[in-house]
Design a protein around this ligand. Structure first.
Ligand code: ATP
Ligand code: MG
Length: 744
């Protein structure tokens, strides 16, 4: 089927043809034949890179241009939302029947807003969590949605993120029963079942644009699923690395999945000495520049230094301990073919689109603290394997598992290569997960009676797969909790939320967190410090990740806890009476200490040194802390807390966001000025905006990390006057100038 023959507006055809796509892939053709463009609800279950997005795009444009409709595009990750946002930009050149151009909007942050400004957008891209929060705010434009696209719906199976997706889909079907639903999924065994739940037809295919050869490597020999075999040269003691080198020597790139961050780093280190030998001169120069870019993007740490040194040799590692900027630089360099071997933890398999000719699954097991090692699901294996083969570059992609013995080789062949992916199962009926959704159902007026609540949850995938009675018993317990904690009121048949309950729901925090914050704010200790607030939020189930101490830290942490005994909002439990509570306390104390060090301007590298907290984890805990402090502020206001508490929390929200002491807040509010530069200015006596306005340009550029570009940006913002000649005289920027446009 040709693009030119599709029943879609001419401008859309031209836009797609301009990207080089002329014919539909077979699964796309099936989707069109199944009525995707006639408003049919569909689940498309097909392998990675089989072109599901294009069908979503065609449907969205059909709705916008022919039905005056609006599309909501749901993704499980912010990174994916950004990727789609970029991809959809090409359609903003097309005008709607009213003469105005198509507008693409994206919203992923701030869970306490209904974003009314999004009303005028035609395609709104968002994450499942943000969509959930928008529904809680009863965002008006959501009712006007005519097409819902849900990407990666096999995530219904994920115990953390699946339930939110499930509730969002059930809710959207409730408020827009006539909207079209298009669900995109990896191949799973029971796509048909999910389709029935969504009142959709399912299309399942195994077609891929690049042939996939799956196999298992034992020592130096790969055995393929198709019966073929191949010998690999032995360059190092590690078979996975030998395999990667084999690929690189023949012009490809290798992606190695490792079980842990540590193993991803050590594999990358070992591989790098070998990949180094295979690089051309121009590539080496380009990698040298990339390596410098890594060092100048954000604060320099031992991790960024290590990464930069490996990148020079054509290898990199990618895991959740890296900050987002570094991850994105690596992803881009890999896509551009500059990085030859990339080691990664499995999170990458679910993230952005990063195909490689060879995917190596170094370890089929995962480690879960407190649980031990366990073999991964076939579905997860298939997701990783599916990354093999770059469309347009490779004719064949290979996905290879690593076995250590002949027995293991057979086991891997049977349990993964020849196995079918599992069914997906709803993970909704867990009290911890469900309670926020039950409260939201009441608080946002989606149900007014107990019966109405059961009816809503009776429409979820869980109720479809299991017995609705099973979820009912959990809801009964939750309702009792919400009632006892005064989040809901009962009046005869009617169930409504209290002001407190409604606010907790809008703030998108766990009702248990709401109770913890309320109680703490109402009975503060006599000495209330920043540390007290940090412990308060670290005590809630919403802090993420909770930073658990390593055994070597325990003594120091116990000492720290004792020194600050009077400041803790939740008293220190007796170690001998309740060991588990004591361990939880230590994790809270560590989390609080890390947050405190951050706002006291401890460098990222010192955080790694002192707490073994890597930047990625640090940013995540900062983000969740910022949100919980904001929620505390909002609840404190609702509870009529004293002005002092409100202003303390206000300042803390800003300090945690920027990682600074209060004295430099006015400086970090300037664009291009992050905590490092603000400290430089302050220590040079430039403490206020007025100081900056009066300071001669040379004084600014004479400071470390501040070149002419940054100096000019400062002056532009504070209203200082600069002569053109003065600017011209300044020497060319140094390394730090690359950071001119980034906060540093
Ligand atoms: N008909 C086509 N002809 C050529 N290339 C295509 C066609 N359809 C899609 N592509 C290209 O294939 C690539 C992969 O498509 P897409 O991202 O939609 O995959 P997907 O099915 O969503 O996979 P995943 O499960 O990884 O999300 C894109 O670069 C896209 O431009
Ligand atoms: Mg996709």
């Amino acid at each position: 089927m040709r693009i030119a023959d599709l029943p879609i507006p001419e401008e859309v055809k031209q836009t797609i043809l301009a990207t080089g796509i002329t014919d539909l892939y077979p699964p796309q053709e099936e989707a069109i034949k199944a009525g995707a463009l006639q408003g049919k609800n569909l689940i498309l279950a097909s392998p990675t890179a089989s072109g599901k997005t294009l069908i979503a795009e065609l449907c969205a444009l059909k709705h916008i241009l022919e039905k005056n409709g609006k599309t909501l595009y749901l993704t499980p990750l912010r990174a994916l939302a950004n990727e789609k946002y970029q991809e959809f930009q090409k359609y903003t050149k097309i005008n709607k029947p009213n003469g105005k151009p198509i507008q693409i909007g994206i919203t992923t942050g701030d869970y306490d807003s209904s974003n009314p400004w999004l009303e005028r957008y035609d395609i709104i891209i968002t994450t499942n969590e943000k969509a959930d929060s928008l529904l809680r705010h009863r965002t008006k434009w959501m009712n006007e949605t005519t097409l819902v696209i849900a990407d990666e719906v096999h995530l219904l199976n994920d115990s953390e993120r699946g339930p939110t997706l499930e509730v969002v889909l059930a809710r959207l079907m409730q408020i827009n029963p006539n909207a079209q639903l298009l669900a995109l999924s990896a191949t799973v065994k029971n796509a048909q079942e999910a389709a029935e739940w969504l009142k959709a037809d399912s299309i399942t295919t195994e077609w891929r644009p690049v042939t996939l050869r799956e196999g298992v490597l034992n020592q130096t020999e790969i055995q393929f699923k198709d019966g073929g075999a191949q010998k690999i040269e032995k360059h190092t003691a590690n078979p996975a690395i030998n395999l990667a080198l084999h690929t690189i020597r023949t012009g490809g790139q290798a992606l190695i999945f490792a079980a842990t961050r540590k193993s991803s780093v050590s594999l990358a280190s070992k591989a790098s000495t070998e990949t180094d030998k295979l690089l051309s001169k121009p590539l080496k120069r380009s990698l040298q520049r990339l390596s410098e870019e890594i060092l100048t993007a954000g604060e320099r740490t031992r991790i960024s230094e290590h990464l930069a040194s490996l990148i020079q040799k054509g290898t990199a590692f990618h895991h959740a301990g890296l900050g987002g900027t570094h991850r994105r630089l690596i992803e881009k360099a890999f896509r551009d073919g500059k990085i030859k071997a990339l080691t990664a933890t499995p999170t990458l398999a679910f993230g952005v689109n990063l195909p490689a000719r060879t995917v190596v699954i170094h370890d089929y097991r995962r480690y879960e603290p407190g649980y031990g090692w366990y073999p991964i699901a076939v579905l997860e294996y298939k997701q990783m394997a599916g990354r093999a083969g770059r469309p347009k570059y490779d004719k064949v992609g290979e996905a290879i598992l690593i076995a250590k013995t002949e027995d293991e080789r057979e086991y891997l062949m049977d349990s993964y290569v020849l196995a079918e992916p599992e069914r997906i199962w709803s993970k909704l009926a867990v009290e911890r997960i469900l309670r926020g959704h039950v409260l939201a159902t009441i608080a946002s007026d989606f149900a007014h009676t107990e019966q109405g609540i059961y009816e809503f949850f009776g429409k979820t995938f869980y109720a479809y797969q299991y017995d609705p009675k099973a979820i009912k018993s959990v809801i009964v317990r939750i309702l009792k909790f919400l009632y006892d904690e005064k989040m809901i009121k009962v009046n005869g048949e009617n169930v409504t939320a209290t002001r407190f309950g409604r606010r907790v729901s809008e703030l998108y925090i766990d009702p248990v967190s709401g109770v913890i914050l309320r109680d703490a704010l109402q009975k503060p200790p006599s000495i209330l410090t920043d540390l007290s607030y940090f412990q308060m939020i670290a005590h809630t189930p919403d802090i993420f990740p909770k930073l658990r101490p390593f055994s070597t830290e325990l003594d120091e942490l116990a000492l720290f806890a004792d020194q600050h005994r009077t400041e803790w909002i939740f008293a220190v439990p007796e170690e001998w009476e309740d060991h588990i509570a004591y361990e939880e306390f230590l994790a809270e104390a560590k989390t609080a200490w890390v947050l405190h060090s951050w706002i006291e301007e401890t460098t990222e590298d010192n955080m790694i040194e002192q707490f073994r907290v890597q930047p990625g984890d640090l940013y995540r805990v900062i983000e969740s802390a910022r949100w919980l402090l904001y929620a505390s502020h909002e609840l404190a206001r609702l509870l009529g807390a004293p002005k002092g508490t409100l202003s303390n929390l206000d300042v803390l929200v800003e300090r945690i966001e920027k990682g600074v002491k209060a004295e430099i807040l006015p400086l970090v509010r300037l664009e291009s000025i992050g905590r490092v530069r603000a400290r430089v200015l302050y220590n040079a006596g430039l403490k206020t905006l007025d100081d900056l306005k009066k300071a001669p340009l040379e004084q600014l550029t004479g400071l470390p990390l501040i070149g002419p570009k940054v100096a000019k940006r400062i002056k532009d913002q504070v209203g200082g006057f600069i002569k053109i000649e003065e600017l011209k005289k300044l020497k060319k920027g140094d390394e730090w100038e690359q950071r001119a446009l980034t906060e540093y």
